[in-house]
Ligand binder design. Structure first.
Ligand code: PEP
Length: 245
């Protein structure tokens, strides 16, 4: 199975920077690892136009509603219609600044999958939770609350991203062994929850991944790829993360 690297550009880049990224990235990207890009909503059509066909484009959030009177929201139906492939859901910045909870993410995941998108569901513990020994329970809760009663999920339309909140944008990375311990637990929970296909659901690690720590993280048995913020903004760094030096 190819490793999957997802770039989360957050609310960064202008249109010229998007174009500059692809002029280098397209030239050197070999497809050795799968590459998906989550841009700002406004830049989605530009990313669609500039990327090569092996790269998949998506967004960082979408509404639990498919359409209607929800001023300012982004619709997963519209994203699919524009050829979008995936959407990130439950990123810790969304939980922290926009009051998203695992419970309301349950509806967002349902809608995204129903509309034909891949839902990349983010889970992770805070530093306080880790220090008080609650990491595995917190992650398990986040998985159950968001994935309960979902009849359309399969191993192709759901990806889990484990992102310890204390490692996002801080330069602190979980050691490969710390990450592997949580990934193995997530794998076990998914296998029990979805006996027919849980083992095949991809589990990505996120939190200060950089070219100099990516290989040891990806060498872990249950790490199927990465979700990358800061180091995905520069084409040369994201190329290195995709295995193309
Ligand atoms: C993220 O925001 O998903 C992330 C992993 O950020 P960074 O790589 O900058 O820690």
């Amino acid at each position: 199975m190819n490793k999957l690297m997802i770039a989360n550009w957050k609310m960064n880049k202008n249109s010229h920077e998007v174009a500059a990224f692809f002029s280098l990235f397209n030239e050197k990207y070999s497809g050795k690892r799968d590459a998906w890009i989550a841009s700002q909503s406004l830049h989605f059509p530009l990313v669609e136009e500039l990327k090569t066909s092996t790269i998949k484009a998506g967004l960082q959030n979408c509404s639990e509603h498919t359409e209607g009177a929800y001023t300012g929201e982004v619709s997963s139906r519209a994203l699919k219609d524009m050829n979008g492939h995936f959407v990130l859901l439950g990123h810790s910045e969304r939980r922290q600044y926009f009051q998203e909870t695992s419970k309301n993410l349950n509806s967002k995941i349902r809608t995204a999958i129903q509309e034909g998108l891949v839902a990349v569901y983010c889970v992770g513990e805070t530093l306080k939770e880790r220090e008080s020994g609650q990491t595995l329970t917190i992650i398990e809760d986040q998985i159950h609350q968001a994935l309960n009663d979902q009849s359309k999920i399969n191993s192709e339309n759901l990806v889990i991203a484990y992102e310890p909140v204390w490692a996002i944008g801080t330069g602190k990375t979980a050691t490969p062994l710390m990450a592997q311990e949580v990934h193995a637990h997530i794998r076990k929970v998914l296998k029990t929850k979805f006996p027919a296909f849980g083992e095949k659901i991809k589990i990505l690690y996120g939190g200060s991944i950089k070219p100099d720590n990516v290989e040891e993280l990806l060498a872990q048995k249950d790490i199927d790829g990465g979700l990358v913020g800061g180091a995905s903004l520069k084409a040369s760094d994201f190329l290195a993360l995709c295995g193309d030096k």
